[in-house]
Ligand binder design. Structure first.
Ligand SMILES: C[S@@+](CC[C@H](N)C(=O)[O-])C[C@H]1O[C@@H](n2cnc3c(N)ncnc32)[C@H](O)[C@@H]1O
Length: 261
């Protein structure tokens, strides 16, 4: 029992569950100018979807620090807001928990992979068990009039993948296979409601002269079912703290999720 609790605490640290949102906030403070353009475009995409669908309720998946959520705009329209995240930052809970329009839900949107990685002994982790777990998991279903997956899709797979790669549990191709499975399940869950997806799809690395030197996909699934698509570059890290060899920008897309055909 004690061992299990210790393992869970250690794994939470290794998965970056507590430091992740702090890292996001610190980078936001350092890179405010470049980030604001991206956050503004994300907020505007949500406002556009709200104007199109006129929802009475909105569910935000990956709500975190709400940097990219037009809270005032949604509240001024009397929209009921459900915020869903793996962990809600204390300052956000303090700010909104007494607001009757705002509800907090805590879920692992991979359908249980995070909990599994927190509690399972390293030598029992293997590719087939992990893929099986994600494929068979019940995905989160919201009954809100509009669901927004907000700068979450790449994170959903990146958090477990960084850990599994670091622990050498999976090879590179197995990491990509598992990431695709996680992302595809999430996309399928969005098809069950009117949904807006906002996600980075590619890391782009630049030299000091502004030349593109390399890219790395962060999303491994087909997003051609999106409509009303917009695309922009998120000036993510100009100080080379994310990749010490390059300035990093993220290519971001937003679009409505529709069944194909
Ligand atoms: C890049 S942030 C999105 C930006 C966020 N809206 C903000 O302003 O802070 C990704 C969010 O997804 C959450 N997240 C990551 N993996 C998750 C999972 N498996 N289930 C639920 N939320 C998750 C993180 O906790 C984080 O708050």
């Amino acid at each position: 029992m004690v061992l299990q609790r210790l393992r869970k605490a250690r794994r939470s640290r290794q998965l970056g569950l507590t430091s992740g949102q702090i890292g996001i906030y610190n980078r936001y403070v350092r890179e405010r100018e470049g980030w604001e353009k991206h956050l503004g475009k994300s907020r505007q995409a949500i406002v556009d979807a709200v104007e199109q669908f006129k929802p009475q309720s909105v569910c935000i998946l990956g709500s975190g620090l709400l940097l990219d959520v037009p809270m005032e705009e949604l509240l001024s329209r009397n929209i009921n807001i459900t915020l869903v995240d793996l962990a809600h930052p204390a300052q956000i809970v303090n700010k909104y928990s007494s607001n009757p329009l705002v509800k907090f839900e805590t879920h692992d949107l991979t359908g249980g992979l995070i909990q599994y990685l927190q509690t399972t002994r390293l030598k029992l982790l293997n590719f087939f068990t992990l893929v099986n777990l994600v494929s068979k998991a019940n995905t989160y279903a919201s009954n809100a009039d509009l669901v927004v997956s907000l700068n979450l899709l790449s994170q959903l797979s990146d958090i477990p993948m960084e850990f599994l790669r670091h622990k050498k549990v999976l090879t590179d191709w197995q990491c990509i296979e598992l990431a695709s499975t996680i992302q595809q399940k999430h996309l399928e869950s969005l098809l069950k409601a009117k949904s807006l997806l906002i996600t980075d799809i590619m890391e782009e690395f630049y030299d000091e002269q502004g030349n593109l030197t390399a890219t790395r996909p962060t999303v491994h699934i087909d997003l051609s079912l999106l409509t009303y698509v917009q695309e922009w570059l998120w000036e993510f890290d100009s100080a080379k703290t994310y990749n010490e060899d390059a300035i990093t920008k993220l290519r971001v897309v937003s679009g409505l999720v529709n069944k194909k055909g």
